[in-house]
Ligand binder design. Structure first.
Ligand SMILES: CC(C)(COP(=O)(O)OP(=O)(O)OC[C@H]1O[C@@H](n2cnc3c(N)ncnc32)[C@H](O)[C@@H]1OP(=O)(O)O)[C@@H](O)C(=O)NCCC(=O)NCCS
Length: 179
């Protein structure tokens, strides 16, 4: 027995939460390298940047493995304002469109920032993912080029993201909605 909670269909539970443990942080960085360097070729070896020094990482965990991640942050470490950003959203290829992992990462990202006083939540979203965000109550503010790719600068409608003050517990992914 692995000790991992399993639902009635015996699929392992997937939890989305703020990262705290070293293995969660290392797993998130490894997944980002896999997706943004190897798969998408946006960065050569590593996608880490200055934002990582002050950002809060979120992870989706399945069977003690990181299968999704995103980070939330203000503009820089000295910024105490009410505008927050989300970036580096990635779900492991084998888990995409699997059980709303990406949507749940977005939900905890915005809701946990909301609990910290966020009044405006923004993200640069790759154009092919704009429909996903629109379904989740985001709107496009403008369109711009980043890393050679078209991105939508989008804003979340906070009315759909009630504050979540327990981000280390996070949310269990509702896999009943999986295709
Ligand atoms: C974008 C990404 C994070 C989405 O994660 P995911 O776990 O596959 O998404 P979800 O399963 O939560 O999707 C939620 C719903 O939106 C749909 N959806 C997912 N991606 C979509 C897209 N690009 N366009 C339209 N709909 C989409 C899903 O089918 C699902 O529909 P349902 O509610 O009817 O079941 C994932 O595809 C990924 O990591 N892509 C590579 C990296 C990337 O593009 N990062 C984002 C940079 S902005």
């Amino acid at each position: 027995m692995s000790g991992v909670y399993r639902g009635i269909d015996s699929s392992p539970e997937i939890v989305v939460r703020w990262a705290r443990e070293r293995w969660e942080i290392d797993g998130a960085y490894a997944l980002r390298r896999e997706v943004f360097c190897r798969e998408q070729g946006l960065f050569e070896h590593d996608d880490l940047d200055a934002v990582d020094a002050h950002a809060q990482l979120l992870v989706a965990v399945c069977d003690a493995r990181v299968v999704g991640t995103v980070r939330i942050h203000r503009r820089d470490a000295a910024d105490c304002g009410t505008t927050w950003f989300g970036s580096r959203l990635a779900v492991s290829e084998a888990f995409r469109r699997h059980g709303r992992i990406g949507a749940t990462l977005i939900r905890l990202a915005v809701s946990s920032a909301h609990a910290l006083g966020c009044e405006t939540f923004l993200a640069h979203v790759q154009a092919q993912n704009a429909p996903l965000f629109q379904r989740l109550h985001w709107r496009t503010l403008d369109v711009t080029m980043l890393f050679g790719l078209e991105h939508h600068r989008m804003q979340a409608d906070l009315a759909h993201y009630p504050p979540c003050a327990t981000p280390y517990l996070g949310f269990v992914v509702d896999q009943r909605r999986a295709a």
